[in-house]
Design a binder for this molecule. Sequence first.
Ligand code: BG6
Length: 510
Amino acid sequence: MKLENPKNLIVVIFGASGDLASRKLLPAIYSLRIQNMLPDKYAIIGTGRSMLSNAEFRNKMKESILSFSEIQNHEQSHLEDFIQCLTYHTMDVSSPASYEKLKGIMVETGKKVGADGNYIFYMATPPFMFESISVNLAKAGLADQSAGFRRFIIEKPFGYDLESSRTLNTNLHEVISEDQIFRIDHYLGKETVQNLLVMRFANGIFEPLWNRNYIHRVEITSAESIGVGSRGGYYDSAGALRDMLQNHLLQLTGMTAMEPPASMEPESIRNEIHKVLQSLQPIRETDVPKQVIRGQYTGSVIRGECINGYRFEKGVAQDSRTETFVAVKFFINNWRWGGVPFYIRTGKRMPAQVTEIVIYFKRTPHALFPRENENMTANQLIIRIQPDEGILLKFDMKEPGSGFNLKNVNMDFHYKDLTDIRIPSAYERLLFDVMQGDSTLFSRDDTIETAWKFIEPVQRAWVNNPSIKVYGYPAGTWGPERSGNIIDGCGLTWRYPCRNLIEDGTYCEL
Ligand code: BG6
């Protein structure tokens, strides 16, 4: 299906001198430009507190694009043309008066480049600013859609808990409508996540098996090999539960478990994701120690390199109990999934950067062929979200020769074998969708609140009951050993896509 180019527009980025703009946004917009996916006429206005001239901003963005763009064969002239579409405006976002000035600049820029009154506002700022920026934009008349569309992109975290997310939604809705808000969950922009829809609903063979009758359990892992880097200050007040699980992992759960949507219309798909989250069996506060394991990485030596423990990272409190790892077991109370355990885990400083969904199918009803571990299932479908995007089916075959020795073999599909075309980055895809006004891959207000509601008892239990342990795991391992105990079934474990990076380490209680 060939998509039309978006309408002429102006993109305003708040927080344009920050990391997100340089590493992700500008390289993504530039990639769209290279692929001729931007409108004929457009302008990008960066704003921020830093005092930068247009020339300084352009140079900074040019360097960022050269460093972070996924498209490497830049034609110098394309890059130069693109850079000329950028301007920078220093402003204090807390001052209502500065929005009148911004409005003037936008109108003037619009006239100069011939872009109509379509505006996209990207809040690449700390979250506490989303609300005041939106209110101020609205007060300056910049949210009114009579002369063109006005879309607001916000980045997670959307609140810190159920109550704050409700307040944020209510306050935003006072000045802008829900269909103007695009909440980015960049996991939904990942190609393989969207492919889940196609895999499940364009093929006849999976859907009949996709339920409690044939599936034993589902496991979702999102592991990162990096630590918190320079984001220690933010991370220490967030932790893995808020940073990854409440949003990315629950959205992946929604896509994995949803019913077939009635159509590919945004609301149709978003309704189904929401229904899954509404069906999550609430975790009782008293069950948190059994169903949720939290951990924090400790120092270790990986391939001869000393890795700091989390508490020694910049911006992190020395006695921090913030989790850098979390694993949760839960159920989905509906007809499709009743009784099937879902296990999700995420962590920093694990042995690999990998995100995958593993569907474990039930064993055969009768074991004709002896297996080493009778509890193990022969059949697993592994949906590799990143890296090396693809789908792997594991099943048993006979080893050649006498007797019936079984061998678990792989049927392996790699996205890269499908096409030479580069897989677009999540930001590229999502920014293009905002330009098109397609909200399918963005989180809706009610879904965000339902996700917070699900994790609220966990947050409460951790606050109310400090005796719930934080397990230390050495950097370079698959998290606390204790996380294995939440998997039901004798001898069953998480899938380990690769080995621990260190042979030995101290798993301790912090
Ligand atoms: C972000 C989190 O949303 O996702 C980060 O704030 C995390 O802490 C990142 O590193 C992971 O994204 P990806 O695409 O690298 O898996």
